[in-house]
Ligand binder design. Structure first.
Ligand code: FAQ
Length: 311
């Protein structure tokens, strides 16, 4: 088929909501955009295990420990589905890992903040997974088949994560005055970084328009952020907590909550590697990668031996 025909076929699939599959022809820029987004997403799941894993040994009860352990394991699984989806676009997992470990690849800004106490685990499950679900439900309808299918399962698991977090927040907010204060402090520290997860405002988002045209993204950064704010506020009210935003107000005309300005300087500082924990996260990833070298070598040697035996 001629290039123009291939392009027309691709355009008509996008138009008709027919998924693009790995062996289909696709524009090079479409392939690269998917690879960038899916690999960043995979890296976020993997780095995202670190702030929480830090609390597995200090969970306040066996029940909490088991739930947190399951959540962190799910995140490893999400990373693996997403790396598999990204590999269908022609880049190896080794290359993606090297990009993460060298600091070249991005992962979500949120995971560069520290988890100072147990209430932070509640706030992460509730707000970080809550923001992730808001974004990812829309991604179940993304146009690239392997990414869309991975998102369906991920969303189901994220929903459990969000409940796990909110349940911790309920226990603390309805607990002793000290526990309630811890819950409020965690909310104060995680609220703004959670809003930053949705990325820059639409007017500043370099990739949004093209990604929306290709139906990789289905909803814009600002619209998803607004959806998250609107649904979080009744949850905050139920807990009897307050949001650290003096400008938060219901806007009757818009039918949405208005909220104060995001500190974009902080966002870009964190994204460019200078957040509170960027260095620590990369060190932990590199240590895990180096410590695991013998496992990779053993697995490869075993696979080679099996191939020789089969041959
Ligand atoms: N952090 O033009 P846009 C989770 C970058 S999973 C860091 O708007 P785009 C589960 C962006 O990459 C959380 N960088 O970009 C969990 C681009 O840089 P580039 C991850 C950010 O792609 C929970 C530049 O800024 N979720 O939390 C961020 O159209 C708990 C310009 O931005 C996903 O990855 C940020 N927050 O839209 C795990 C969802 N925002 O590549 C453990 C999939 C923007 O040109 C515990 N990704 N940037 O160098 C997406 O939906 C999109 O990629 C956006 C950004 C919305 C993140």
């Amino acid at each position: 088929m001629e290039q123009d025909d291939l392009q027309r076929l691709f355009d008509s699939k996008i138009e008709q909501e027919i998924r693009i599959e790995p062996k289909d022809w696709m524009p090079e820029a479409y392939r690269k955009t998917n690879l960038r987004q899916i690999s960043q997403h995979a890296h976020s799941e993997i780095v995202g295990m670190l702030p929480e894993a830090n609390w597995i040994t200090r969970a306040p009860s066996l029940r909490r420990k088991v739930a947190l352990l399951a959540k962190v394991q799910d995140e490893a699984g999400h990373g693996l589905y997403l790396y598999s989806a990204a590999e269908t676009l022609g880049t190896s997992r080794d290359e993606m890992m090297d990009d993460l470990n060298s600091g070249k690849a991005k992962y979500s800004s949120i995971f560069n903040y520290p988890t100072l106490n147990w209430a932070d685990i509640g706030a992460i499950g509730w707000l970080v997974d809550g923001a992730a679900i808001t974004n990812q439900v829309a991604l179940c309808r993304t146009s690239y088949g392997p990414y869309a299918r991975a998102m369906v399962r991920i969303c189901k698991e994220e929903s459990f994560h969000q409940r796990q977090g909110y349940e911790i927040m309920m226990s603390m907010a309805f607990g002793t005055p000290e526990q309630k204060q811890m819950a409020q402090d965690a909310l104060n520290r995680w609220w703004w970084p959670a809003l930053m997860m949705f990325g820059p405002n639409d007017s500043e988002s370099v990739h949004s328009q093209q990604s929306l045209d290709w139906k990789i993204k289905r909803v814009s950064n600002d619209d998803l952020r607004q959806e998250f704010v609107d649904k979080s506020i009744p949850q905050v009210e139920y807990l009897g907590l307050t949001l650290p935003d003096a400008e938060l107000k219901w806007n009757e005309e818009r039918g949405h909550y208005d909220f104060g300005p995001i500190d974009w300087e902080e966002f870009y500082r964190v994204v460019s590697g200078n957040g509170p924990c960027n260095k620590e996260r990369l060190e932990a990833r590199n240590k895990a990668h180096n410590d695991g070298a013998w496992v990779r070598e053993a697995a490869l040697a075993f696979a080679e031996k099996r191939q020789i035996n089969v041959a």
